[in-house]
Write a protein that binds this ligand. Structure first.
Ligand code: NAD
Length: 422
């Protein structure tokens, strides 16, 4: 078998070398326990993952050559239940990113009150460079390498950046072939026909809206807010539609190549259609082109980062003009940026609360698979809204009691719950 040369810089993290996401995540933990102390034992346990595995996944490429891809699974904590967390495909994905995301999953499940722990997975790859067949072989290969540590009561992966319901279906099928387990409860975010849940695709955006809506009046925003959204994948694209459907005005949207703005409001379905047809947002009628950096600094009521981590740093935080930040991406600000927001009195709804709708509906999917049930979309969103209303108000109340910001408060709620488990 002949091997293809690895692309240059394949395993580097050039853009965010100084913003290690795992160090940022641990800094958030330290900041939170300064306002709500935890036992030394819990702190020691939470400062490192319980298990991390790196695998080399061989994939036969379409040209007949074999290429090796680096894959990861970090099982951070199962104190509250089986490990749970998505799988990211991205050229910059590495252990530290996956570790950070797994840590945030641990906190997120606890804030949402879901009886699950935290994990995350990934592959260092630019999936846009692969054919559909190569992508399928890579996805099945990741499962072949890792299936002994996965399972419906052990570790349940889901989609994240660049991983789709179709990829979850391949992975679920591969898991079933390898183990004979027909429950389909080991992967969530599957297509409906493969055991997926109604509402899962829109869940993170919808959940973000429920969290926003529960806080809107408290933070002094009007019934029709101007919203700017960075990233228009599963999360940002669905958030745009949900906010528009509920009477808000989406003034800006973007993808990795850049964005567009129209202060009068964009029609999210039309923007998505344009991107499908032309491959980017360039030339969208009636809108002005902007960069992703400019999008973050637009005057608006709500800024929604829905792309990647480390988008808001000490360099650009002071230029943000939004009245509120709703973090649908994981880890958008660095801790320095966080201090700038606090100093400027800008409420930031942290990722571990704001985007917890995704894992919540994933836990509903898992439950349906195990019980052999299929819930209606109305039921799913009703349960999601109830849960997020309750937990958002809980975090808000905790922030009042501790006289602190929403991130420290969300951590305090999560840590209290994790600490109760022996
Ligand atoms: P996705 O792959 O569906 O979409 C990502 C989007 O971000 C795309 O539009 C892409 O073009 C854009 N993007 C990539 N790099 C960018 C950049 N530098 N600037 C601006 N835009 C850029 O991914 P997703 O599932 O929507 O995930 C987005 C974020 O939400 C991630 O931080 C992810 O961890 C988080 N998240 C996802 C889920 C979920 O259910 N999928 C749940 C919770 C949190």
């Amino acid at each position: 078998m002949r091997f293809a040369p690895q692309p240059k810089g394949h395993f580097a993290r050039p853009s965010i070398m100084n913003n290690n996401p795992f160090q940022n995540a641990l800094a958030q933990l330290s900041r939170a326990i300064a306002v709500k102390p935890i036992s030394k034992e819990l702190l020691v346990r939470l400062r490192s993952p319980e298990r991390e595995v790196k695998v080399s996944v061989p994939v036969k490429m379409d040209d007949g050559l074999m290429r090796i891809f680096e894959g990861y699974r970090v099982q951070y904590s199962n104190a509250r239940g089986p490990y749970k967390g998505g799988i990211r495909y991205h050229p910059n994905t590495d252990f530290d990113e996956v570790r950070a995301l797994a840590f945030w999953m641990t906190m997120k499940c606890a804030v949402a009150g879901i009886s699950m722990g935290g994990a995350k997975g990934g592959i260092t790859v630019d999936p846009k460079q692969l054919s559909s067949g190569e992508l399928e072989r890579l996805s099945r290969g990741w499962v072949r390498m890792l299936y002994p540590i996965l399972g419906p009561h052990a570790d349940i992966p889901a989609p994240d950046v660049n991983t789709t319901p179709e990829i979850m279906a391949w992975m679920s099928d591969e898991y079933e072939k390898l183990t004979g387990d027909k429950s389909r409860a080991t992967f969530t975010g599957k297509p409906l026909k493969d055991g997926g849940s109604e509402g899962r695709a829109a869940a993170t955006g919808m959940g973000g809206f429920y969290v926003f809506d529960a806080l809107r009046e408290a933070v002094g925003l009007q019934a029709s807010a101007k919203v700017a959204i960075q990233g228009m994948g599963n999360v940002g694209g669905n958030a745009a539609k949900v906010f528009k459907d509920h009477g808000h005005v989406v003034i800006a949207m973007s993808d990795s190549k850049g964005g567009i703005v129209n202060e009068g409001g964009l029609e999210p379905d039309a923007v998505e259609e344009h991107k499908k047809k032309h491959g980017s947002l360039r030339g969208f009628p009636g809108a002005r082109e902007i960069t992703n950096e400019e999008l973050l600094e637009l005057p608006c009521d709500v800024l929604i980062p829905a792309a990647l981590e480390n988008q808001i740093t000490r360099e650009n935080a002071s230029a943000i003009k939004a009245k509120m930040i709703l973090e649908l991406a994981n880890g958008p600000p660095t801790p320095e940026a966080e201090d700038i927001h606090i100093g400027r009195n800008i409420p930031v709804v942290p990722d571990i609360l704001a985007n917890s709708g995704g894992v919540t509906v994933s836990s509903f999917e898992w439950e349906q698979n195990l019980k052999g049930e299929h819930w209606s979309e109305e039921d799913v969103f009703h349960k999601l809204k109830d849960l997020l209303d309750r937990e958002t108000k809980n975090v808000w109340q905790c922030a009042k009691v501790l006289k602190t910001d929403l991130r420290r408060a969300a951590f305090a709620v999560a840590l209290e719950r994790i600490g109760q488990i022996r």
